[in-house]
Design a binder for this molecule. Structure first.
Ligand code: PEP
Ligand code: MG
Length: 318
């Protein structure tokens, strides 16, 4: 099965009944992009890697070169550049922040970018410059309110003006990581081209279980029906015109693929090494069965029950 997955990595991922699902790679570097064999896109570029382990922020030219290199390594595929997602748990030396009692609930993601307008302006300028030559999406992390998105979009318009070459084709999306944002997806939908669910953070916030805390690993399962209900709410709110993706780790969980597609997710972005295997998992999905599976999963009491349900299904279809 793994050999098959590798052999067919470059083919599109189409379910048994003909639904095409884009399978992208999550990348943080050119090496990751090179490793993303067969990826339909880079569904999440974690730009913060260019900001870590330094004494100052990279300037516009440095950022532009870094994003261009990733775009080139992706061989013309679309890249989704997520704006800086630091703060709280990921502090930067050159961005002194007041200590926070609960960093995961603090000034992080887009909150931090909006509090440091020059940082965001520089990054968006670099992104716009690259977007004139490569297919690029821009994605804002940790969005909670429509006002934040409006402010971020305004900063993007300003960057287009600064570059002064007209507006490149540039799709705009947000990460859905805050439970309230999932429930308010319909309010965001008119202002975005896509929504990408960050199940790593969404799970931690929905279940009040810190990601990375080993004592809570079993509890912090993205297949908890409460998290699945938030994914379903996001799809519902997105409507027909806004694509919903998942770029959290659960997208690479072979047990989860049918469930996510059944909930209405149409794009998955995973670690580079998982692209082929996830495409293969998509090819085994029948959408009617997947929808039924999702409907039943939403009625399960907890994640272990959801996992038993999925296992029963896959033993019926070896
Ligand atoms: C997520 O939260 O699911 C996500 C993809 O973003 P990160 O893991 O970088 O926080
Ligand atoms: Mg996140």
């Amino acid at each position: 099965r793994r050999d098959d997955a590798l052999r067919r990595a470059h083919e599109p991922a189409v379910t048994r009944d003909g639904t095409t699902v884009l399978v992208g790679a999550n990348v943080g570097s050119v090496d990751d992009a090179v490793a993303a064999v067969g990826a339909d896109l880079a569904g999440l570029v974690r730009t913060e890697f260019g900001f870590l382990d330094r004494h100052d922020a990279p300037d516009v030219a440095e950022q532009e070169a870094a994003y261009r290199a990733i775009a080139e390594a992706m061989g013309g595929q679309r890249i989704t550049l997520r704006t800086l997602d630091v703060g709280g748990d990921k502090p930067l030396d050159y961005l002194p922040m007041p200590a926070e009692a609960n960093p995961f609930l603090g000034v992080r993601g887009l909150r931090l970018a909006l509090a440091r307008p020059q940082l965001l302006a520089d990054q968006l300028e670099a992104i716009v410059r690259v977007a004139h030559d490569h297919p690029v999406d821009v994605m804002f992390p940790m969005v909670t309110t429509v006002d934040e998105l409006t402010a971020a979009r305004r900063a993007l318009d300003d960057a287009v003006e600064t570059v002064g070459r007209g507006r490149p084709e540039l799709r705009v999306g947000i990460m859905v990581e805050v439970p309230a944002a999932a429930l308010k997806a319909a309010s965001f939908a008119p202002s975005v081209d896509f929504l990408s669910i960050g199940t790593n953070d969404l799970t931690q916030y929905a279940l009040a279980a810190e990601r990375g805390n080993e004592d809570l690993a079993a509890l912090a399962d993205p297949l908890d029906p409460g998290v699945l209900a938030l994914i379903a709410a996001t799809v519902e709110g997105a409507g027909d015109d806004v694509l919903v993706a998942v770029c959290g780790e659960v997208a690479a969980d072979e047990q989860a693929v049918a469930l996510l597609l059944g909930l209405g997710v149409r794009e998955l972005s995973v670690a580079p090494a998982a692209v082929g295997v996830v495409k293969q998992a998509v090819r085994e999905v029948d959408m009617d069965e997947a929808r039924e599976l999702a409907t039943t999963a939403l009625t399960c009491p907890d994640a272990p029950a959801v996992r038993r349900l999925v296992e029963q299904r896959s033993s019926r279809h070896p």
